[in-house]
Design a protein around this ligand. Sequence first.
Ligand code: HEM
Length: 920
Amino acid sequence: MSDCVRSMLSDWEAKGAAGDDVEIELSRQFEELTADVISHTAFGSSYKEGRQVFLAQRELQFLAFSTAFNVQIPGFRYLPTEKNLRTWKLDKQVRSMLMDIIKTRLANKDTAGYGNDLLGLMLEACTPEHGEAPILTMDEIIDECKTFFFAGHDTTSHLLTWASFLLSTHPAWQDKLREEVRRECGDGEEEEELTGDMLNKLKLVNMFLLETLRLYGPVPAFQRRTSSDLDLGGIHVPEGAILTIAITSIHRDKEVWGEDAGEFKPERFENGVTKAAKHPNALLSFSSGPRSCIGQNFAMMEAKAVVAMMVQKFSLELSPKYVHAPMNVITVRPRHGLPMILEPAGCPVLSETLVPTTKVAAYVTADLTRQPPRGHQAAQRLEDKYPPPSALDSHQPDLEVVGKERAQRERQGVTAAMGVAWMVAAAVVAVMASWAFNALVHLVWRPYAITRKLAAQGVAGPGYRFFSGNLGDIKRLRGEGAVVTLDVGDHDFIPMVQPHFRKWISLYGRTFVYWTGARPNVCVADVNVVKQVLFDRTGLYPKNLMNPHISRLLGKGLVLTDGDDWKRHRKVVHPAFSMDKLKVRMTIRHALSVSMMSEWEAKGVNDVEVELSSRFEELTADVISHTAFGSSYIQGKKVFLAQRELQFLAFSTVFDVQIPAFRYLPTDKNLKTWKLDKQVRTMLMDIIKTRLANKDTAGYGNDLLGLMLEACAPEHGETPLLSMDEIIDECKTFFFAGHDTTSHLLTWASFLLSTHPEWQDRLREEVRRECGDEVPTGDMLNKLKLVNMFLLETLRLYGPVSVIQRKASSDLDLGGVQVPEGAILTIPIATIHRDKEVWGEDAGEFRPERFENGVTRAAKHPNALLSFSSGPRSCIGQNFAMIEAKAVVAMILQRFTLELSPKYVHAPMDVLTGWVAVTH
Ligand code: HEM
């Protein structure tokens, strides 16, 4: 770093005869310097070698910013507009230049290793030695290089530019800093090396740079997007809203920084960053929290070193040619560069008394006719080519030159008066035209472009149809399947419920694209790729929340939240599912099962016919009510019934085109959904209120509801872990997910027991051996190996959840295929569970033996059983469900023999999560 700075300073010295002052355009100098530093430290190359990359990236930056305030229409990125064509070309150039740098490094690998800079570390992480799945792919390395080439110099160079500007306009501070630098680091005459320790002692330089960052931070704003409808500081913000953190404005907020927020006062940082304002996190120049700038120490070290070495040698005086017009091109820079008069330090040219800051300001403002200085032509040319939307306010508004430009624009604007009618007509036509154009891009061009892009990678599919995509095909194929009934020994219900997957996989392979409306769906039926999606921990594949009815059914609880929200919810809920707690709850469950069976016994001395699926629904609803909410099925019955209706309503819309705005229209289905949702919320609130009313005598309780109320208790300070709204959503999730699934597992297990009497006998024998006639304890259940295998095979063939979905959060690489942002990734569990390549030739048969050596050895892939999903988002209730199912099956077998009624018709159907046996 010091070498690069030294060589820049020597150039400056060489420019003027020794002792004379010299005028230099500094912003360009700093751009080259910081580019040189990042090239050397991160990529082992020099600015000269990487120059073309920097230039191309600079053009890309101007291009990107010139579109920052345009309406962003997703499909536009695929249109061959002039800007897109240029962007694609530049991007290609950058990639191939970066590839050259990488190739050079790889060619020298055997003699010099990968190197221990950033590039070396990344190459190490992608080496073949690291096995089949390297941590980074070559494409990702190139992307990372792009990030660091840009982020690693552009920002720091502007920090240096603005620091120099402020040094020159605050000569008293310039003197103070020089004095500190000379005291701590010497005068730089003896080529003395600046050390990290010296830099750490430069407290004033540090304060000065922090204040520069506050007023002229290179990054004026950054953005986030809401991944779901959520509560933000007490305001409900809809999914997909963009949150703009306006750093420049926050940094000038008098309520945060005090009345002198607009002034340049490095003293405010005297006691550190956290005490400089009324809020400890008010300085946002490097952002804050886990995603704050990874390079902030690097940038501060670099800036300190440059400022120190510069003031050691030079006095800085602002050139009279300078025009103060900060402008935002993603980062904030001086529009016309920073011409600076440099004089050897020691004989200061500016003293506070001679040219106070205000005078410089007044001088610049007065000289509105002055031409911008030369020396910044490259940026100027780019700006002419891609004009940025506007200049940025400076910290002293009277320095604005921008006003002149605005006034000029207004003069050139439309001066002719236009009739109001004409204007209205023009506006309507413009809106219609833009709407039609957007629709065309979204409904025609984008699907076409995505289809082509995927086809080029070998991913085919049934072909997009205008507006509805392949939803018509899916409905038709499912309709044909719906009238079929199966033989009771036939477990292949795919032609009835997932006929489209069967058909398209046979035509296009396990990974193919199909269309729900104009939205691409990538079918992920290859277990290796499924693993890549489900085991991701970086948020690349969030949940798909397109269907508002499903969101109403489940609420924004664990199943549908993502990111930090999900972590927060899971942290609160997780303890309720620990093994100890599950064992305690066994007692309640057993008692409930016994009462159900006593009812059956009471029905008749001889054979009695019972419709099991509805009985299991009530039983599992009763169990979840008692164990999670301390209530009973009867108390929560209305919630279950309303949720059942919501479930059928939601499923009836699953194969409709999802148009985002439709969720707000008062259609029949929406009105019904809203009403049911309101009912459910009120009923859940009543259950919660009862619990809260008894809090002083009985505490919150140690079940799921108790844990959640504890986490939202006012005792936990101003920001409880869960809000009351979130608790209600979580209740919705558990009321539904906690019983609907397990009840179907019990239904299908009973069906299979009755159709496989030899297994029924074997299981009964095992139950009698391990549990006798007693109500089974947790330890006894653990010994029921055959029952366990039987249930796993039931889950494989009749798993209650047949499909799960995720969404591509950005353009990403999925098993070697570039998938576009927003594409839905559909994992057809039921189809994968019948894949002969994964489960062997007997995949279609009911054979619990395959689980003899555990789940991971039952198939050719250890993660092939996906009934509870897999990875970090796998089912939190799987132990709960398995214990419950084992206990109920064991107790049924202790008392009854099951025989399928002749009335039974084997016609599984899916209603969102479940497969319901229809008994006629
Ligand atoms: C046989 C019974 C069950 C099956 C087959 C099942 C299946 C699943 C599956 C496939 C997922 C992943 C969904 C996705 O990734 O989109 C899931 C998640 C979940 N399940 Fe279950 N489930 C069962 C029982 C239960 C029970 C009894 C509860 C609660 C008591 C429960 C609560 C949940 C929750 C809260 C999640 C979301 C977990 C997270 O994202 O962190 N499930 N379940």
